[in-house]
Design a protein around this ligand. Structure first.
Ligand SMILES: O=C(O)[C@H](O)[C@@H](O)[C@H](O)[C@H](O)COP(=O)(O)O
Length: 246
């Protein structure tokens, strides 16, 4: 239900962006939740409301594996949605595979993706990345988001927009990931997760944890940060005090 609700919200956000400026820029994520949302977009009766030829698609992170590997976020996103809608291939920007032009060099592949983002940068933000309308993220059981894990140089990265990630605790060990500065350039950041195992990191992130300890705590958008949770994942969040409107 969470994936279907997030899918409906995504379709509306894309249509709104296309109405406002003729295009929409969306950053996809991996994991069960992230891919589940794409499947629900495909299944939605409103899927056709989107002009898929005017959507710019990026990834927040990628497993650094050979092209077509079933574990790649790109492979899963294409199967779930992109192969079923009329996207413009020139506007779909996957992160490089490990058997591509950079071979096994994840750092070179990350640097190239930063160049791709910079060429699409929007002057509205002082960050050399596109003005992403919606950037979707999952949340891991220890608070990771994208491929930024606790207490790593990658979650601490404050200069580069994209990093090669090595020795990642969640397999596969080598990945490519946007950094928090790049994530924070997005207009809206949506963190989406389900299940009791995520209740603790979600509560910590919403309770003001240090992003070095809980990377999801550092993922916020310029205009909006939305947590899309099921009841189990939201169970430990302290009730937000209602500030009386005067
Ligand atoms: O490449 C990845 O693995 C994802 O980008 C990762 O950040 C994922 O979103 C979280 O691990 C949550 O995954 P689940 O939604 O499957 O719990």
């Amino acid at each position: 239900m969470l994936a279907a609700a997030a899918a409906a919200r995504l379709i509306t956000a894309v249509v709104d962006a296309q109405t406002a400026r003729g295009a929409a820029s969306v950053v996809l994520t991996g994991g069960r939740t992230g891919i589940g949302v794409l499947e629900q977009v495909r299944l939605s009766p409103a899927c056709g409301a989107v002009d898929w030829g005017r959507v710019d698609l990026y990834w927040g992170d990628e497993r650094f594996l050979p092209d077509g590997d079933p574990e790649r976020n790109e492979t899963q996103a294409r199967k779930a949605l992109l192969d079923h809608v009329a996207v413009d291939p020139a506007r779909v920007h996957p992160m490089a595979p490990s058997d591509g032009r950079f071979g096994p060099d994840a750092d070179a592949a990350a640097a190239h993706y930063a160049e791709v983002l910079a060429t699409q940068a929007d002057a509205a933000t002082d960050t050399p990345v596109p003005a992403f309308d919606v950037l979707m993220l999952g949340v891991g059981e220890e608070g990771h988001t994208a491929s930024l894990f606790p207490d790593t140089p990658y979650v601490r990265e404050s200069v580069h927009m994209v990093v090669g990630v090595h020795d990642c605790p969640k397999p596969p060990p080598t990945r490519i990931s946007l950094t928090l500065p790049a994530i924070r350039a997005a207009s809206q950041v949506w963190l989406m997760t389900t299940g009791a195992a995520k209740a603790e990191p979600v509560a910590a992130a919403l309770g003001g944890a240090d992003p070095v300890d809980i990377p999801a705590a550092g993922a916020h958008g310029r205009n909006r940060t939305l947590w899309l949770l099921d009841r189990e994942a939201a169970a430990a969040v302290a009730p937000l005090e209602v500030v009386e409107e005067h």
